[in-house]
Design a protein around this ligand. Structure first.
Ligand code: NOJ
Length: 559
C-alpha cells in the first residue's frame, strides 16, 4: 500500500456559519476562521475541510449554491478567502473545499434559465419530467421529507430535487453540465486549494427511466436510494472528473457516499482506478436507525459498532483507504451519541478519540469535538434552524398529528443542529462566538465547556487530542499498521492490535461505566510502553489482565 500525505494527515472540519464571527452579525465568517488558525495549528491538525462558503440563499446553509465561483456575502469576500488560503499555507495547513454538484440552488443562473422554457439552452442542466396520472413523475421521497419532485407552472413540468425544493438536482447525463463542473473545479484548483470533499457524490448518476421505488406500507413516497445511490454511470463520471479536472494537481479527494458498502468503496478508492482517495461511508452512523429511517431511534450498541468498524478495517486492508469519523455537521455530537456526555463526558470523549486515531484510515475531527462538545436540547422547535429537522417536524407533528414529545426527543437525539450550535470559545456571552445575536443559540453548557478553559487545563480533551495527533506523526504504525480484533465477543471492551514492520500496538477501550477486565492473548509479551491513556497508569503494569476503569482507553506499544 502506497504512502501518501493524505493518509498521514489529520483533518479538521469547519462549519463556517458556526465557527467564529468576526463582525458581530451573529454568523461565523472567513476572518473569524483566520483569527483561529493559530489555535488549530496548536491542536496539530494538517488539513481543514471547509464546508461551503459559496454564494447561497442558505436554504440548506450553503449546500444550496447559487454561484460556485463567488464567496457568500455573510462570510466575506474573495480577497478574504485568498488571505485565508495564504495564511493557512504559511502555517503549513492545507485546505480542502466542499464540492456540491449533485444539485445547485434554484437561484443559480443555470436554473433561472432552465425553468424559463423547454427549449432554453440550460433546460437539460436539470432533470425535468412530465407528471404521471395527475401527480409526480415517480414516487421518490426527498431526503428532507415529502416528494422529490416539484411542479413548475411556467412549463407544466416537474423538476427533481433529492434534497430541498430549493436544491434542484443537476443532470449529469448532459456533457455540457459536466464540462461546466470540471471548469469550476479547475478555477479553485488553480487558486491553489489542496482538494475537495464531494457532497453526496454517489447520487449523481440516476437509473435510466427514473422508475417508481417500492412503496413501504402506509407511506406516500418511497426512499428511492436504490435508483440514485451508486448509479450506473457513477464510476465513469468520477473517472472523467479525474481525467478532466483533478489530474495534474497534487490534491486529495473524499467522496461523501451514503449507502456505500465495502465492495463498492473498494471500487471508488482503489488506487489504480482514479476515482476518489477515500469515502465517507454511513454504516456506523445508521446503526441507531430503525426501518423508518433516521428518526426511528434504536440503541447504539457497542458490539454493532465494533462489527461494522472491523468489517471496514479488514475490507479496505489491502485496497482503498478508510476515512474515520464519528460526527460532522450532519450528525449528532459523538460523545452524546456513542457514549456518556454526563458524569464521564471527558473520559468518554478521550476514549472515542483514542478509538478513531488508532484505526487505519484518515481521521476527521469536527469543530468542537476536541473540546468534548455535546448535543443540545432547546425546549421549543422555534429555536431550531435546520431545514431537515423543520420539514420533518412539520410533516409529522403539524400535518400528521404525531406525538410532539416523541418527535422533539428524536430531534434531541439525531437533529443536525446538535452539531451546529456555535463553537464555544470562552465563558463570555454566547461563548465568545459572536458579539451579536447568534444565528443559532449557543449550547448553555459553554460556561463549563469552552476552548479557553480547555487550553489552560493540561488534562483537557483538547490536550489529549493534541497528544494523539502528535503520536500519529511519530508512529507510522498508527497510520499504516494492520488491524486485528481482540476479545471479539466481549460486550464492554473493544480491543485490537495494529502491526507494522515488526512492531505491535495494542488498543484497549472500555465502552462502559463498569470495570471489565481486559485479557491479553498468550502469544503476546506481558509488557509494553503506554503511548497514551485517559487515566493515570503505573509504569511496568503487567498486561496479562488489566481491570479497566469507566470509559478507560490505553494504547501500548508492545516490547
Ligand atoms: C450532505 C451535506 O453534508 C448536508 O449538510 C446537506 O444537507 C446535503 N448533503 C445536501 O447537500
Amino acid at each position: 500500500m502506497s504512502k501518501q500525505w493524505w493518509k498521514e494527515a489529520v483533518i479538521y472540519q469547519i462549519y463556517p456559519r458556526s465557527f467564529k464571527d468576526s463582525n458581530g452579525d451573529g454568523v461565523g465568517d472567513i476572518n473569524g476562521i483566520i483569527s483561529k488558525l493559530d489555535y488549530l495549528k496548536e491542536l496539530g491538525i494538517d488539513v481543514i475541510w471547509l464546508s461551503p462558503v459559496y454564494q447561497s440563499p442558505n436554504d440548506d446553509n450553503g449546500y444550496d449554491i447559487s454561484d460556485y465561483r463567488g464567496i457568500m456575502d455573510e462570510f466575506g469576500t474573495m480577497a478574504d478567502w485568498e488571505r485565508l488560503l495564504a495564511e493557512m499555507h504559511k502555517r503549513g495547513l492545507k485546505l480542502i473545499m466542499d464540492l456540491v454538484v449533485n444539485h445547485s440552488s434554484d437561484e443559480h443562473a443555470w436554473f433561472v434559465e432552465s425553468r424559463k422554457s423547454k427549449d432554453n439552452p440550460y433546460r437539460d442542466y436539470y432533470i425535468w419530467r412530465d407528471g404521471k396520472e395527475g401527480g409526480e413523475p415517480n414516487n421518490w421521497e426527498s431526503c428532507f421529507s415529502g416528494s422529490a419532485w416539484k411542479y413548475d407552472e411556467s412549463t407544466d413540468q416537474y423538476f427533481l430535487h433529492l434534497f430541498s425544493q430549493k436544491q434542484p438536482d443537476l443532470n449529469w447525463e448532459n456533457p455540457k453540465l459536466r464540462e461546466e463542473v470540471y471548469d469550476m473545479m479547475k478555477f479553485w484548483l488553480d487558486k491553489g486549494i489542496d482538494g475537495f470533499r464531494m457532497d453526496v457524490i454517489n447520487f449523481i448518476s440516476k437509473v435510466d427511466g427514473l422508475p417508481d421505488a417500492e412503496l413501504p406500507d402506509g407511506r406516500k413516497f418511497a426512499p428511492g436510494g436504490d435508483y440514485y445511490m451508486n448509479g450506473p454511470k457513477i464510476h465513469d463520471y468520477l473517472q472523467e472528473m479525474n481525467e478532466k479536472a483533478l489530474s495534474g494537481y497534487d490534491v486529495m479527494t473524499v467522496g461523501e457516499m451514503p449507502g456505500v458498502n465495502v465492495e463498492e468503496a473498494k471500487l471508488y478508492t482503489a488506487e489504480d482506478r482514479s476515482e476518489v482517495n477515500m469515502v465517507f461511508q454511513f454504516e456506523h452512523v445508521d446503526l441507531d436507525s430503525g426501518p423508518g429511517g433516521k428518526w426511528d431511534l434504536r440503541p447504539m450498541k457497542m458490539s454493532a459498532l465494533r462489527d461494522s468498524f472491523t468489517k471496514w478495517q479488514k475490507g479496505l486492508e489491502h485496497e482503498g483507504w478508510n476515512s474515520l469519523y464519528l460526527n460532522n455537521h450532519d450528525q449528532p455530537r459523538m460523545v452524546s451519541r456513542f457514549r456518556n456526555d454526563k458524569e464521564y463526558r471527558v473520559e468518554s470523549a478521550k476514549m472515542l478519540a483514542t478509538f478513531l486515531h488508532t484505526l487505519k484510515g484518515t481521521p476527521y475531527i469536527y469543530q468542537g469535538e476536541e473540546l468534548g462538545m455535546t448535543n443540545v436540547r432547546f425546549d421549543s422547535i422555534e429555536d431550531y434552524q435546520d431545514i431537515e429537522t423543520l420539514n420533518m417536524y412539520r410533516e409529522k407533528v403539524i400535518e400528521n398529528g404525531e406525538d410532539q414529545d416523541l418527535v422533539m426527543n428524536s430531534i434531541y437525539v439525531k437533529g443536525r443542529d446538535n452539531a451546529r450550535t456555535p463553537m464555544q470559545w470562552d465563558d463570555s456571552e454566547h461563548g465568545g462566538f459572536t458579539t451579536g445575536d447568534p444565528w443559532l443559540k449557543v449550547n448553555p453548557n459553554y460556561t463549563e465547556i469552552n476552548a479557553e478553559k480547555a487550553m489552560e487545563d493540561p488534562d483537557s480533551v483538547f490536550h489529549y487530542y493534541r497528544r494523539l495527533i502528535s503520536l500519529r506523526k511519530e508512529y507510522p504504525i498508527m497510520v499504516y499498521g494492520s488491524y486485528e480484533l481482540l476479545m471479539p465477543d466481549h460486550d464492554r471492551i473493544y480491543a485490537y492490535t495494529r502491526k507494522y514492520e515488526g512492531q505491535t500496538m495494542i488498543v484497549m477501550l472500555n465502552f462502559s461505566s463498569e470495570n471489565p477486565v481486559f485479557k491479553l492473548p498468550s502469544e503476546y509479551e506481558s509488557a509494553g510502553d503506554l503511548l497514551i491513556g485517559n487515566y493515570g497508569v503505573e509504569a511496568g503494569t503487567d498486561l496479562r489482565e488489566v481491570e479497566l476503569r469507566p470509559y478507560e482507553a490505553r494504547v501500548y506499544l508492545m516490547k
